[in-house]
Design a binder for this molecule. Structure first.
Ligand code: ADP
Length: 391
């Protein structure tokens, strides 16, 4: 008797309630509780701006309790600090698209402020008629402050770099002329009066003065070159690094011949870069690799490997090496490890190399062992046309 069976089943279900029904959850309370637990502030208003929902995060953010806020106009509780135009734009976007997303600073009742990232949408009933607005907000005050501080810092840094470069340029440019005069007149003095009016001591003094002036000229020239890396940098172009290396070895022909240096290289890539600066960069590194040699003839090897988004070049030598505690310092301006008598130089070569690499958004570093040799590495991102040298 199917009828009887059905009646029995219904009866037994009534007597033994299911496990789920013991934990019956009020869907409305559950939803409210979920909305209270999410990390965003959630506010719902009707179309006039009267608050109908205000979750726990909103209480925290605004420091206004739900009890106090419900039923009030949103504008009486927290005041958005938006310009009239932005206010109109928000209303317009909401009306046309039904959504608006943006950042708005607010003033609390106690006068304190916060910045919220807001995402709001029009709420509609089953027939599609707008009935209210739901807004999700997140406090981004700290993030914004950090962003502003970073922007300020970077602006100031940029400004101070520009000033420094201008200073270096003007100083070096304007110092050249009086220096040329000193050198010329000292030369004249030496030529005209040597062996006649001047005794040996005077000649020695003149010699020191000429030497000092010529060193000063070298320093000024290097400083000028350094200051021109940004100011006179050229846009990135297609550069074959093997051609660049050919030019460098031709330019260093004399010192290669004198030292008996052997320069070898692996296949080198072509890339987008400032050609003149690439030549200068390789020249400074190869020149050093020859200059800072030991007794034996310098052996210099240049290679490049592709590592993810960049080319990593290396210039390896078998020279005197660099003590570990000096390996960072040598990239600073005018930092040298040797006396002029040991090895002539101004201490600007690596500073210039570093500046060139950084203009190309790359890095430069060294690995070295004293009395064994050094390898200088520099990386250049692939796709330089979007970077500094192309800007
Ligand atoms: P300079 O050669 O005029 O002194 P650099 O800036 O080119 O200036 O180099 C700074 C210092 O780094 C040098 O004085 C030298 O002590 C050290 N250095 C650079 N390249 C090498 C190298 N390949 N091997 C050993 N030491 C080096």
């Amino acid at each position: 008797m199917p009828g009887q069976q059905e009646a029995d089943r219904e009866k037994s279900e009534e007597e033994t309630p299911s496990v789920a029904s013991e934990h019956i959850i009020d869907p409305l309370r559950l939803q409210t509780s979920i909305l209270d637990q999410v990390s965003d502030a959630i506010i719902i208003t009707d179309l006039d701006g009267t608050i109908v929902f205000w979750n726990k995060q909103t209480e925290k953010l605004t420091q206004v309790s739900g009890e106090h806020a419900l039923g009030k106009s949103i504008f009486d509780v927290v005041v958005p600090r938006v310009e009239v135009e932005q206010g109109l734009e928000i209303i317009d976007t909401m009306n046309t698209t039904g959504h608006w997303r943006g950042e708005v600073p607010f003033v609390r009742k106690d006068g304190s402020t916060f910045i919220a990232s807001i995402s709001s949408s029009m709420l509609k009933d089953e027939t599609g008629t707008p009935v209210g607005i739901i807004g999700l907000g997140r406090d981004i005050t700290e993030m914004k402050c950090a962003e502003t501080a970073l922007k300020d810092y970077s602006e100031r840094l940029k400004q101070s770099n520009v000033e420094l470069e201008q200073f270096a340029y003007i100083a070096s440019h304007d110092l050249r002329e009086p220096l040329r005069m000193i050198t010329n007149f000292l030369d004249l003095l030496e030529k005209k009066y040597k062996g006649r009016l001047l005794d040996e001591k005077a000649e020695e003094y003149i010699h020191f003065a000429v030497d000092g002036a010529s060193r000063m000229r070298q320093l000024i020239d290097d400083l000028l070159e350094f200051s021109r890396i940004e100011r006179r940098g050229r846009p990135a172009e297609h550069v074959a690094m093997e051609t660049v290396l050919d030019k460098v070895t031709r330019d260093l022909k004399m010192s290669i011949k004198e030292s008996g240096a052997v320069i070898t290289h692996d296949p080198l890539p072509s890339l987008q870069a400032d050609r003149v600066q690439m030549t200068q960069l390789l020249q400074n590194l190869v020149d050093n690799a020859i200059k800072y040699c030991r007794e034996e003839a310098p052996r210099v090897h240049i290679s490049a490997v592709r590592d993810r988004g960049e080319w990593v070049f290396s210039v390896q030598d078998n020279g005197i090496g660099i003590p570990e505690d000096q390996q960072e310092r040598i990239f600073l301006m005018f930092q040298r490890q040797h006396t002029r008598e040991d090895h002539p130089g101004t201490g600007m070569g690596l500073a210039i190399a570093k500046k060139i690499v950084e203009r190309h958004r790359g890095r430069i570093w060294v690995r070295s062992t004293v009395d064994k040799g050094s390898t200088f590495f520099f990386s250049l991102p692939i796709g330089m046309d979007k970077c500094g040298a192309g800007a």
